[in-house]
Design a protein. Sequence first.
Length: 390
Amino acid sequence: MSQKTICVLGGGIGGVVAANTLKKSLGSAGRVILIDKNPDHLFAPSLLWVLGGSRQAEQIKRPLARLERKGIEFINAGVSGIDPEHKSLVAGGQTIEYDYLIVALGAESNMPAIPGLDEAAINLYTLAGIEDLKNILAEFKQGEVVLLIPSNPYKCPAAPYEAAFLLDAQLRKGNADGNISINIFTVEPLPMPGAGPKIGQSIKGLLDSRNIGFNPNMEIESIDPGAKEVTFKNGEKVRADLLITIPPHQVPNVVKEAGLTNEAGWIPVDKRSLETQYENVYAIGDVTTIKLDGKYKPEKPLMLPKAGVFAHEEALVVAARIAEDIKGGASKSEFNGHGACMLELGDGTAGYAKGNFYAVPHPMVDMKKPSRRRHYYKVFFEKYWFWRWF
Ligand SMILES: Cc1cc2nc3c(=O)[nH]c(=O)nc-3n(C[C@H](O)[C@H](O)[C@H](O)COP(=O)(O)OP(=O)(O)OC[C@H]3O[C@@H](n4cnc5c(N)ncnc54)[C@H](O)[C@@H]3O)c2cc1C
């Protein structure tokens, strides 16, 4: 069997799982090349712990070069071109030819998409934004905190709600005189609509119990960065002393330029095999779009949420399919739309949402009662993650 070259673009959650799994299963039959513009893997599910001070930035990163001990070749360079027709790509100035390609380049912040947003708000989804916010919170004693979700899709639909619970615990603990308010303004009709109505109502109930305002279906008209004032399309104006935002998201430019995206700007893939329209080119994780058969309301189509748990599962499926193909077997592995995630509540407890996102008439996801045990499960999972893949 001649050796095949598999290029994995992106050393985030999907890329790291795919590269590890492929190398382990193929051995010398596969040359696995992982390419990332950053030298380190950043485990984003732990970002909010940096905000709360229970992690330092360095604790949630690992050097991708460590994967070389397992026989994976790591190239620390930006991917600047992908030619899926001719099975080649450009990274760090060199052209690389591949037999199989896995695009796992994620979704990046696009703050300029909304004029004034970058000047007015802190981006909750970057390490720099989290570190700025941590410093502000240390001094913040009173005022209006506004958490904006200005557009969809965005990664980890639980994260803004986790952030609200953490802010509540951190800012209002011992602050019974009520001089800090926290309000969420979102374009969504319900928290986490991609997980179905049941979980949305559960989260809404938790927000109500903490006096965190939830304002659904709020589309931004304009932002006045000087006054930190947001005007919504329904005419409502909201002024914030502290404005925190989930950024608008987009695919990295190189993905768009390669002609891999659809009109909505994401890579459409087969929902079970993760194949793109190009032969031997797969895409996994946040860079993709998968339309669900279930709907939230008859008129509203739903997309599979962007989350690490799906990037992880999809990576396992794609790695198995490629390995099966190389070894000459039929490709049987399929992604089934199942997933689970923890929801940190800021008081040392966490909820646990688990279910089938491919279910009809809508995704069937249940939220298990919050408990301390579930918070520790999330802590354990982070440790397992670094041990397992690095
Ligand atoms: C605050 C926060 C909390 C979260 N919590 C959870 C959680 O609890 N559970 C959960 O399931 N998910 C969570 N997520 C979401 C999760 O992190 C993402 O869904 C997941 O990382 C997606 O994996 P991916 O492999 O598709 O992309 P990523 O992990 O984003 O990896 C993409 C990689 O591509 C690289 N890259 C991009 N462009 C280029 C280029 N041109 N050239 C080379 N390299 C490039 C990047 O450097 C990056 O390493 C959270 C996200 C955030 C921001």
